[in-house]
Design a protein. Structure first.
Length: 381
């Protein structure tokens, strides 16, 4: 099957954590025999900033780490994309795609008769609904939302009446335990500081416990303002800057624990969405502790895959327990890794994606027939 994936960027994961999952899906689809092409916009924001901060070395690192993944660039002339669309079976459009291109791809579906899916892996549906309302999805065959709560937003807002919950997962080809590495620190946190979406939570559940226990810790990520860097320095925490995908598992292997602190939108407005970091930590075999989040879809087993703290004081105690009870740490590592391998790899998600494609084809036919069938079905509801 010929599959086209329109991403914000394949080459860059600078403040673009979705790239981790999207690369994994590309790899998984490729490994099971599909013909996959990725397209990203020339001069996209993430790649521009990656090059600005790290130069061409970061792109070389990607190519060395993902030798079988290739990207194609497109500009403002969308007609040049016809060469990719003419034989496509499935086209998937990520939510960071320009709305004008997303709409154009919907219009072309009448001509080329591919299955067209919109893929949303962000909180903008609740944090900036006006930006998401720009997408014209009437010609799309459905929406892939990375959590049930997000799927419900699409239904409630009438953005599309057909949707599936399609969670992110771990790319286990690149996230896996690296054994026999000397521990050089106690706690590592890999995440971007961002737009003040969890500053208070980071201070309570991460920085304060590290300071109280006098632990050796390092933070990695981008978009750390001077205020954030000062917080880390005052707590005795090192700041390591940008960390590429290829170095994540190796970095986890040198620390004794990590902590997941969800952004506020995923605790207050989109419960049940863990985002990509817990999947990657569990796959890499490091004990994971979490600030409060509601696993309402039963993706994991809290208490066995990871520990949950409901306050900063509780996080301090749990962190101390994990660092000083080898048996507890080992149990978390083993159970968490087993859960990922059993349910949450990119190969699992590739199977789910193909199942969605086959459901659309078998239920509604192809091309124009799909749109007409959906329209008729919606009018009868």
């Amino acid at each position: 099957m010929k599959i086209l994936l329109f991403y914000h960027s394949l080459l860059s994961d600078w403040n673009h954590g979705n790239a981790h999952f999207l690369r994994g899906i590309y790899h998984a689809l490729q490994m099971v025999g599909h013909d996959v092409s990725v397209l990203e916009q020339e001069g996209n924001w993430s790649l521009t900033n990656l090059m600005k901060d790290n130069g061409t070395a970061a792109v070389r690192d990607f190519r060395n780490s993902f030798p079988n993944l290739r990207t194609n660039f497109y500009g403002s002339n969308f007609e040049e994309l016809d060469q990719y669309l003419k034989d496509a079976d499935l086209v998937m459009v990520h939510e960071w795609t320009d709305p004008s291109l997303a709409e154009w791809l919907g219009e072309q579906k009448q001509k080329y008769r591919y299955v067209l899916l919109f893929h949303d892996t962000h909180h903008r549906a609740v944090s900036d609904p006006a930006s998401m309302a720009q997408f014209k999805l009437s010609q799309y065959d459905g929406v892939l939302a990375f959590g049930e709560s997000l799927r419900q937003v699409y239904l409630k807002n009438n953005w599309h009446h057909t949707s599936w919950t399609w969670h992110e997962a771990a790319d286990t080809s690149h996230y896996f335990p690296i054994l026999n590495r000397e521990k050089t620190g106690d706690v590592v946190w890999i995440g971007n500081w961002g737009d003040d979406e969890r500053t208070e939570e980071l201070e309570e559940y991460l920085i304060a416990p590290i300071r109280k226990l006098k632990l050796k810790a390092t933070f990695y990520g981008v978009r750390y303002p001077d205020k954030a860097k000062k917080l880390l320095k005052d707590a005795g925490i090192s700041y390591g800057g940008y960390l590429s995908t290829s170095k994540v598992s190796e970095t986890f292997a040198r620390y004794r624990a990590t902590i997941h602190v969800p952004r506020r939108f995923y605790t207050q407005y989109l419960p049940g969405i863990p985002t990509i970091r817990p999947f990657e930590a569990l796959a890499s075999g490091i004990p994971l502790l979490c600030a409060p989040w509601d696993d309402s879809e039963n993706l994991f087993t809290p208490g066995k895959d990871y520990l949950v703290a409901n306050s900063g004081d509780e996080m301090t105690q749990l962190l101390d327990d994990v660092l000083n009870e080898k048996g507890l740490a080992e149990q978390l590592i083993q159970h968490g890794r087993q859960t990922i391998l059993a349910k949450h790899t990119c190969f699992h998600r590739a199977e789910e994606l193909i199942a969605v494609y086959e459901e659309v084809r078998s239920t509604y036919g192809a091309g124009r027939e799909i749109s007409d069938a959906y329209k008729s079905e919606n009018e009868n509801k």
